[in-house]
Design a protein around this ligand. Structure first.
Ligand code: SF4
Length: 222
């Protein structure tokens, strides 16, 4: 498996199974299929960097009870090794959360596992890679054989992004299959983005929404 970094830090964002601010081992995989305009992990996009590990070596380096797995795009790693890694960690009683970019179906579930699915909005420049909301097989993407908790996240830069996100939110709310939260993450700390999100979201969506500020960046952690 191609690993960019394994560090002890805090969870910078609210998660479906690991709360914001919790101590974590962060496993960052190398390689991504996207190139988001505001990507803050550009060094992990290429498949040329990183270090090869077998799952057992990664497990040994996961010192914290909470393990946050991100990238790059974690689901681009070898699928058998990826499942071995996650099931081993969960089998040890660890709480595992995987951040994925919404272009791949969630492959499996586990009661100790949470998925954060980051659906890309127009300001990312990557919406052509995302299935349109009405083409989404929501059951397969998020729910099928999945006994994990799942949240759907949107990075929001402007009203156009929020309108785009709401197309997915509407489909997910109407499906009654998706039981997680919607995480809205302003692309920067400009208060006008927070205010716009708060003003525009209807109450029934606000009741299932979490506003995300990136805590790890405020305190200078990876
Ligand atoms: S999916 Fe994530 S790692 Fe990949 S380019 Fe976008 S923000 Fe960067």
């Amino acid at each position: 498996m191609l690993v960019a970094d394994i560090v002890e830090t805090i969870s910078g964002e609210p998660g479906c199974i690991i709360p914001q601010g919790a101590w974590i081992t962060l496993v960052r995989f190398q390689g991504c299929n996207l190139n988001c305009a505001w990507c803050d992990a550009k060094e992990t996009q290429s498949f040329d960097g990183g270090i090869e590990y077998i799952p057992e070596e990664i497990v040994k380096r996961c010192k914290s009870q909470n393990v946050l797995i991100t990238g790059g795009e974690p689901l681009l790693q070898d699928s058998n090794e990826f499942e071995e890694l996650i099931t081993t960690l969960c089998g040890m009683g660890k709480i595992v959360q995987v951040e994925t970019n919404g272009t791949y179906e969630l492959p499996f579930g586990n009661s100790n596992l949470g998925w954060e699915v980051d659906i890309k909005c127009p300001s990312s420049g990557m919406i052509e890679a995302m299935p349109a909301p009405n083409e989404y097989d929501l059951y397969n993407l998020l729910v099928k054989d999945n006994d994990s908790l799942t949240d759907v996240k949107f990075v929001i830069s402007d009203k156009n992004d929020l309108d785009f996100a709401m197309e997915y939110v509407t489909v997910l709310m109407e499906s009654n299959l998706f039981t997680g939260n919607f995480v809205f993450s302003p692309v920067n700390s400009d208060p006008s983005i927070f205010n716009m999100i708060f003003d525009c979201l209807p109450n029934n969506v606000l009741n299932r929404s979490v506003l995300c500020m990136q805590l790890h960046k405020m305190v200078g952690l990876p």
